[in-house]
Ligand binder design. Sequence first.
Ligand code: GTP
Length: 510
Amino acid sequence: MPASTPQEIAREAVKRLAARKLPPTPENFQATYHEVAGTKPLRPFPLENLRHIGAMLPDRTPAQIRFKAQFGKAVTQHSWEDLEKALVNHLKNHSTPETPAPVPTAVPVVEEHSLPADLREQVARIVNFSLPAVGNDDTKVVELAEELVAYLKLDSLHLPTLRKMMADFAFRLSFVAEEQQHIRETLLGLLHTVFENIGAITPENPWLQGQMEALMQATQPPLSTRRLEDVERRLKGLIVKQIEAKEQTLAAQQVMKETLSTFLQRLSQTADSSEHYQQQFEACAQRLEHARSLAEMAPVVQEAIQSARSLALDSRRTGEELSSLRQRAEEAEQEAQRLRDELDRMSEMARHDLLTGTLNRKGMAEVAAREMSRADRGASQPCLALLDIDDFKRLNDRLGHLKGDNALQHLARVAKTSLRPQDAVARFGGEEFVIILPDTSITEAVEVITRLQRELSKQLFLEGDEHILITFSAGVVQRRDGESIESMLNRADQAMYAAKRQGKNRVVAA
Ligand SMILES: Nc1nc2c(ncn2[C@@H]2O[C@H](COP(=O)(O)OP(=O)(O)OP(=O)(O)O)[C@@H](O)[C@H]2O)c(=O)[nH]1
């Protein structure tokens, strides 16, 4: 009985291979299988050749990019059918010589049903929404957009015309978008140059340098509106503090100046008056020398005693004035010290995030460098955890950004109180935090971060009367020998994303 099921065919094929003493390679088995089944062997899919062709395809225009992607997908899926579809469509749409776009009002009938009204409206909205991002510099793209939107509003459409108009618009838009990206990067570069130069022209002012470095860090891409707002807030704070510090320093300087000048005045007065008394005593002494009787001496002695009394009085007054001056000088010195301490504290702020008070990226990089070099000198490798609050956008949308900020502060507070003093908490950006755990094994680090999750579920975020549970997903890694901070962050980021994919509110070690 001839083999009919795939199992029977396979069994028979194996028997024949054995009888013919052929090795059971995939090729021999495939050929014998088709022989038994009476079917034609399939030609192998020329994957490598097609991939090579795919790589050579041009990708300068949006249509070419689209076609290249469709081609690549069909090849990866070994689908002749999709390959054929992609080729035919592309040639149909792009091999005809360019025809001028017909005037929208003069269009003939058309496959109206193939583009439903709601889809048309969506396309028109996308086109309209894309315009503000493009700016007004390119009038051509605005013109194309207006024509396209007007055409989409017509009662009946000619699909090839629409396709052509959309391709023209997309083509132009791709250039404008590229230009906008370039402008953004150049502006950012300029901003960095300004920060760098302010820092460079005041090398003797480490506080200002620290502030500038923090601003440079905060303007690293990827940028978001919130990060830019943070930069703006930091700059404003910086300016206010500088003005305050400058005014206070000037006032303290003024007091010191006045005190010094009074002191010098008094000193010269003391010298003048002591010269005056010296002359008086000198005169008394001479008169005493020439006195021949007690009666002659008595008034001279009386005068000398009087002068001595006045001298003592003067000295006491001068002494009192000098001591009051010294007190004022001490007060001015204390004020100057207070200002120096304030500047030191502000310098500390350059390492801290203004909103949460945790370290910022710069502070985190410093702690990481310190722990890494400690590990390189023989201590155990530190662990690093990257935390990302779950569904924070939803929380922001529901309660507003200000309350969102409070939630970030709450998480930072709970983290700081529930971790060891040597663990460093840093806001890495947006709703992401980094925790550096020195002298901790990866198992312990996972336990610590899991404990923080439990702590957050105990200490709920209180908003009005509502208790809100904040959860986060975290990736935890331990440093490998010689590994850089960037690589650790990268691994932690991937682990954190794995935690998100697995359903959030969990810790994944990598
Ligand atoms: N209030 C506040 N919101 C911020 C701050 N920084 C970033 N955000 C917001 O955080 C949200 C992050 O949203 P997504 O990246 O979509 O992440 P998510 O909603 O937490 O979702 P998952 O990460 O997938 O759980 C965005 O809405 C940002 O605007 C900030 O400093 N304050």
